[in-house]
Design a protein around this ligand. Sequence first.
Ligand code: NIG
Ligand code: FE
Length: 418
Amino acid sequence: MLQADLLIKNAAQLLTMAGHSKEPKRGAELADPGIITGGAVAAFDGVIVAVGPTEQVEEEVELLPHARVYDAWGKVVAPCFVEPHTHIVFGGSRQNEFVMRLQGKSYLEIMQAGGGIVNSVKATAAASDAELLETARRRLDHFARHGVGTVEVKSGYGLSVAEELRMLRVIRKLDALHPLDLVPTFLGAHAFPKEYRGREEEYVDLVVEEMIPRVAEEKLARFCDVFCDVGVFTVEQSRRILEAGKRYGLLPKLHADELASFGGAELAAEMGAVSADHLLKASPEGIKALAEAGVIAVLLPGTAFFLNEEYAPARQMIEQGVAVALSTDRNPGSSPTEATHLILTLACIKMKMLPAEALCAATINAAHAIGMAHRVGSLETGKQADVVIIDAPDCNYIPYHFGTSLVEAVFKKGRKIK
Ligand code: NIG
Ligand code: FE
């Protein structure tokens, strides 16, 4: 008989998020969160050993004397959310730019006038490692309270060899000291530093020739990302950077078509990127290319909300067979929030996704978008016992009751962290 030290049982709905294959969920499958009515999940030593109707799971496992039993009667039990796109390590904050935008300036205008990302670069340079660590730790705590178990974290507020490496080392330390799991991404191509104005190609050289080799040598990142958009990195520059990353084993990701229709989705498809993110302005050809190349679209409706922009055409993407994932894009400029729950509601109201689709997009597809689907994103035997208990009678209730976190308990690798 299987031994268990954790049993979560009697869920009104247990959402397994299990798929028919090891692929991300696409098309009609995105609307199937794998509901087990009256479901249970059992784990041993942080790993799931049984999932199914409560009676069946209780028969399958032998509870150890010290086992924890959690009765989820009337609640939804789901895998912890996965955040596949965040920028949580930075100094300072940018509420002054928020006010400038309220007074009529656009994000792009602020960026082109020398504000935006480079303001956070300045504040990051001024912060000690300890400060960066402590502020990012608090952001992770917020995520944990929202039922998030795994977070991708990008560099990109360094923009020099030393500072980019420092950010990635802070991310590594944070991963070691915090119960949530982090997946690091190198984003040295997030903006051009002020001192490179007029000689942008030289900055691209620096990223390609110095930063990427150092990041790879210290094994500080799994992915290489580029902000490919108007006023930032061109398609050609982005291609060069992502190809260099690939040569060093860093898998490509892209900030694509956020501010303008710019060919970012097409480039993501051409590069065989793991994901293309944002895509507010993606062209119909770009969307088709993503579907054909099997690139995951990471949609960030919090950013469209906060910048007051049109939302990404999620329905069109789903209909065309693109695998869609969701994330907060937590960052100091365009999405200062850790409220994963609100992202689900925005995905429904503003992008016309169904609650079940949004939930799959924020769990199993999000895990695929950062290469973590073998460990997290669904409740299946052999995966980590990352489980969230939500005070909702069914999955539709979760985005319906908006803005309030309904998370009642969070188990990370079987250990209760909330
Ligand atoms: O994902 N688009 C580029 N990067 C962030 C914004 C970062 C910032 O404004 O500090 C984003 O929206
Ligand atoms: Fe981003």
